[in-house]
Ligand binder design. Structure first.
Ligand SMILES: [Zn+2]
Length: 192
């Protein structure tokens, strides 16, 4: 069973990669290996995958065989989408206002769709965009995502050098965790 995902994404408004650029960059550093199915945006880990992702704990069992994408670790790309999307899971708790720590307890109805529009914090009155809330690494908002399967929330972290490999012109990337299947549309290369 897949226990969840480690998800990397550009922090809005960081520039986005095309899939072609992203795949080339991550293949060159041996983070990615061959695609699970040719032409799809899902890959098996490359030879240096474990130098880019640090698994915490004493001896985690990391399923790195390249024979069954359901049972083994794979990396999948999502986006770039026209508008920011929210990735969340059963582990996601209410995000907080970064100014006054107000919890947005109705986040599932407020942020379950594309929500690039400003909202007003009901506690402190400051205008916010959804990605500016503190999601505590239990959810993420972006136009592009890279998901790594078979990671229990908090079980693995990207090394800082990997985040720098992903940066374009200094635009930052961040990471979060989600349990449950990723419910985002998979775009074809021709959709962009
Ligand atoms: Zn507030």
């Amino acid at each position: 069973m897949n226990p969840g995902y480690l998800i990397l994404h550009p922090s809005p408004p960081s520039p986005l990669h095309t899939h072609v650029e992203l795949i080339a960059r991550l293949t060159e550093v041996q983070f990615l290996d061959k695609p699970v199915i040719h032409g799809k945006q899902q890959f098996y880990p490359g030879d240096r995958f474990l130098q880019w992702i640090t698994y915490l704990g004493c001896s985690p069992a990391i399923p790195l065989e390249q024979n069954d994408p359901q049972q083994n670790c794979t990396i999948q790309l999502f986006g770039p989408y026209q508008a920011p999307q929210l990735i969340s899971g059963s582990n996601t708790r209410p995000p907080r206002c970064p100014h006054c720590r107000h919890d947005f307890i109705n986040w599932q109805t407020q942020f379950n769709k594309e929500n690039p529009y400003p909202i007003i914090c009901p506690a402190c009155g400051k205008p916010l965009l959804a990605h500016q809330l503190n999601w505590r690494q239990q959810g993420g908002i972006s136009r592009q995502f890279l998901t790594i399967s078979h990671v229990f929330p908090g079980e693995a972290v990207p090394v800082s050098d990997l985040l720098r490999v992903l940066e374009i012109e200094g635009g930052k990337w961040e990471y979060c965790y989600a349990q449950d299947p990723i419910r985002l549309e998979v775009l074809n290369e021709t959709d962009k």
